[in-house]
Design a protein around this ligand. Structure first.
Ligand code: NAP
Ligand code: GDD
Length: 341
């Protein structure tokens, strides 16, 4: 029988890779999207839906702040698996909008878990937990046993959701798993996260479209992997005999400065000539270092990352160079057009 999955956050970076993975495995996929005044499905528009066939991807409107809508959708769809990826996922923004970030990121998870519990259906649940929960780290590398020390409203919401997920597993027997994912990036990464901000700006600088790049803390260190590899781990967690929690990471750690070296070096540019520090990008409380140990996932899920740091940076630059070159070509075309008139 065809399995059904329901994904919240399907329009985001991870949602777009996860839907590709699940459709490739023959799933019927339902995705939650927010009503917006402009198109917000850019990351999944390339997925072709044949209107003459039984559609295997369906998008439904909803919001993590609306529990009755989530309960109605769970009752209507009756999914086998639910992947909860929706969140206000920007850490810096969560300091400006703490209550909204917690409403979506913490209470949103509870609303969805309660919708699943009250449906009485044997649904398997994946929660997008985060390495940000380790915050001011108490040990390195971080494992499933490392205590949490959250440093932002975003991270506090994720800690709440982590424990609520564990509690639904232990109290009600829901097959509920936490993936504690370390930073993961791709050409589809949102433009305001540091890796994409850098690859996009470097490409635009290379093409003469931009002169400066304004950044915050260059000394922060992260364990950066590839989103395409990480969504596979999400799926694997829900295929096990028992629900559990897993760290997903590369085990390699680099600073923002090293990411700049890699990206600008690949384009034969010296980043020191273009980068300026802007205090607006510092956080009230920073997470200095995240470095994961994914040996449990390697052992029990047989999961391992395929894309390394250099390959990831280059993949993102190659994609952003194509965008910048298109922008350049359009600019030149418009200039010629203007001159001819
Ligand atoms: P993302 O690109 O920012 O996507 C977030 C998704 O959540 C988008 O589809 C967004 O919809 C949706 N969303 C936001 N608020 C919502 C609401 N109120 N109701 C319904 N949907 C809402 O994030 P991502 O990088 O794919 O990450 C996916 C999940 O993993 C997030 O929960 C994130 O916190 C977590 N995580 C990410 C990383 C990472 O490094 N990427 C690491 C650990 C954990 P719109 O498109 O309409 O905005
Ligand atoms: N965004 C951003 N913009 N970050 C900057 C900048 C800048 O201009 N300059 C320096 N940084 C530093 C941040 O201070 C942080 O230490 C680091 O770069 C990474 O920032 P982000 O790319 O915004 O990611 P994050 O680590 O805060 O959060 C991401 O990863 C988490 C997993 O650890 C997000 O995807 C979260 O949703 C996710 O949970």
């Amino acid at each position: 029988m065809t399995k059904k999955a329901f994904i919240t956050g399907i329009t985001g970076q991870d949602g777009s890779y996860l839907v590709e993975l699940l459709l490739g495995k023959g799933y019927e996929v339902w995705g939650l999207i927010r009503r917006s005044s402009s198109f917000n499905t850019g990351r999944i528009d390339h997925i072709y839906i044949d209107p003459h066939e039984q559609p295997r991807l369906r998008l439904v409107h909803g919001d993590m702040t609306d529990g009755s809508n989530l309960a109605a959708l769970i009752g209507e769809i009756k999914p086998d698996e639910v992947y909860n990826l929706a969140a206000q996922s920007h850490v810096r923004v969560s300091f400006d909008q703490p209550i909204y970030s917690v409403n979506v990121g913490a209470l949103g998870t509870l609303r969805l878990l309660e919708a699943i519990r009250s449906s009485g259906l044997p649904i398997r649940f994946y929660q997008a937990s985060s390495s940000e929960m380790y915050g001011k780290v108490v040990e390195t590398p971080q494992t499933e046993k490392t205590p949490f020390y959250p440093r932002s409203p975003y991270a506090c919401a994720k800690v709440y959701s982590f424990w609520q997920t564990v509690n639904h597993r232990e109290a009600y027997g829901v097959f509920a798993c936490n993936g504690i994912l370390f930073n993961h990036e791709s050409p589809r990464r949102g433009e305001t996260f540091v890796t994409r901000k850098i690859t996009r700006a470097a490409s635009r600088i290379k093409c003469g479209l931009q002169e400066k790049l304004f950044l915050g803390n260059l000394d922060a260190r992260r364990d950066w992997g590839f989103s395409g590899d990480y969504v596979e781990a999400m799926w694997l967690m829900l295929q096990q005999d028992q629900p559990d929690d897993y760290v997903i990471a590369t085990g390699e750690c680099h600073s923002v400065r090293e990411f700049l070296d890699e990206v600008f070096g690949y384009l034969n540019l010296d980043w020191q000539r273009y980068v300026e520090i802007d205090a607006r990008y510092f956080r009230p409380s920073e997470v200095d270092l995240l470095h994961g140990d994914a040996s449990k996932a390697r052992r029990l899920l047989n999961w391992q990352p395929r894309v390394g740091f250099r390959e990831l940076a280059r993949m993102m630059v190659d994609a952003d160079m194509k965008i910048a070159e298109r922008e350049c070509a359009m600019r030149d075309h418009d200039a010629k057009d203007g001159a001819a008139r």
